[in-house]
Ligand binder design. Structure first.
Ligand SMILES: C[S@@+](CC[C@H](N)C(=O)[O-])C[C@H]1O[C@@H](n2cnc3c(N)ncnc32)[C@H](O)[C@@H]1O
Length: 261
C-alpha cells in the first residue's frame, strides 16, 4: 500500500466561541471522536470555525487546510477567465446556447467542476460518497447560498446528495435520468509522487479505495439520456477497455472522453 492509499484518521474539533455544539453534532453524525484542536495523533482534524468547516492536516510539512469555497478568488478567477462555454469541460458536456443540460456529477469531490457547470447554466446534482468530503461540501454550499455572488447558482442549479453513485444510479427512476453523467475518478497512481497533486492524495486517502470507475461508466451509459463524460489523464487508456469514447476533448493536463448514447 502506498502512502496515498492509507486512510487518514480524522477527528472533529471546535475552535472559537459557539462552535462546540456544531462540532459535537458533526462528530456524532460522522461517528468521529470530538477532541480539542491541539490534539495530536490524528492524520487530520475537521475544524469547526465561525468562517466554516475546514480539514487541517497534521504531521511534517502538512499541506494547507482543505475547504470547499465557491467564493474563493481562485474559483471566481476560473469563472471569469476559465473560457466560459468554450472551456474543455463545458464543451465535453455539450453546453451551448439553448441547451443547458441536467447533469449528475457522480464523483463530486470538492465540487469545483460541478460548480463551474452550474455557473454556466447546467442543473447539476452532485453525488459524493466519502462522509468527510460530503461534510465539507455541505458546509461550502451553505456558505455559498448566503453569498450574493453565488446564492442564485446554489439555490437554483446545484444540489447535493451524499451517496454512492453506483447505488444511486442503479436505483434511479427513468423519469429522473439526467442528460449527462460526469465522472472524474481518481487518477491512477503515478510512480513519481510529485506528479500526484497533494490535494489528490488527500482526496484519495479520505475516500478510500476508488477503483469503481469502470463500473460507474458502465451503469452511467445506461442512465444518461445524451452522454457520459469521463475525465482522464491526458495519455491514459479509456476507462473501459472494450468501449472507445465517441470523441475526446483535450484539456491542459487532462482530457475528457465523451460517450454519446
Ligand atoms: C477526483 S475527485 C473529483 C474532483 C471533482 N471533480 C472536483 O472538481 O472537485 C473523485 C471523487 O469521487 C468520489 N467517488 C468515487 N467513487 C464514487 C462513488 N461511487 N460514488 C460517489 N462518489 C465517489 C471520491 O470520494 C472523490 O471525492
Amino acid at each position: 500500500m502506498t502512502d496515498s492509499n492509507k486512510s487518514l484518521t480524522v477527528a472533529v474539533c471546535p475552535t472559537g466561541a459557539g462552535q462546540h455544539g456544531r462540532a459535537a453534532s458533526l462528530a456524532q453524525k460522522l461517528a468521529l471522536p470530538l477532541v480539542p484542536c491541539e490534539s495530536e495523533g490524528y492524520g487530520c482534524l475537521l475544524v469547526c470555525t465561525a468562517a466554516g468547516l475546514h480539514l487541517r492536516f497534521t504531521g511534517k510539512n502538512p499541506p494547507g487546510p482543505l475547504m470547499v469555497n465557491f467564493t474563493s478568488p481562485a474559483m471566481q478567477y476560473r469563472l471569469k477567465h476559465g473560457g466560459g462555454r468554450r472551456q474543455a469541460l463545458a464543451r465535453a458536456v455539450g453546453l451551448k446556447k439553448g441547451w443547458q443540460p441536467a447533469v449528475i456529477d457522480a464523483t463530486a469531490g470538492l465540487g469545483r467542476d460541478a460548480f463551474i457547470l452550474a455557473a454556466l447554466g447546467c442543473h447539476v446534482h452532485m453525488l459524493e460518497k466519502a462522509p468527510v468530503l460530503a461534510a465539507l461540501l455541505e458546509d461550502g454550499l451553505q456558505r455559498a447560498a448566503r453569498s450574493e455572488a453565488t446564492a442564485e447558482i446554489i439555490r437554483h442549479r446545484l444540489r447535493f446528495t451524499q451517496a454512492d453513485s453506483l447505488d444511486f444510479l442503479q436505483h434511479l427512476h427513468a423519469e429522473a435520468y439526467p442528460d449527462v453523467i460526469y465522472i472524474d475518478p481518481m487518477f491512477p497512481e503515478r510512480t513519481k509522487s510529485s506528479l500526484v497533486k497533494k490535494e489528490m492524495r488527500i482526496l484519495r486517502s479520505l475516500s478510500g479505495a476508488d477503483e469503481n470507475g469502470p463500473e460507474l461508466l458502465d451503469v452511467s451509459l445506461r442512465r444518461a439520456r445524451n452522454r457520459v463524460v469521463v475525465k482522464r489523464p491526458r495519455l491514459a487508456p479509456p476507462l473501459l477497455d472494450r468501449h472507445e469514447p465517441s470523441h475526446r476533448i483535450m484539456g491542459k493536463s487532462s482530457r475528457f472522453d465523451v460517450y454519446l448514447v
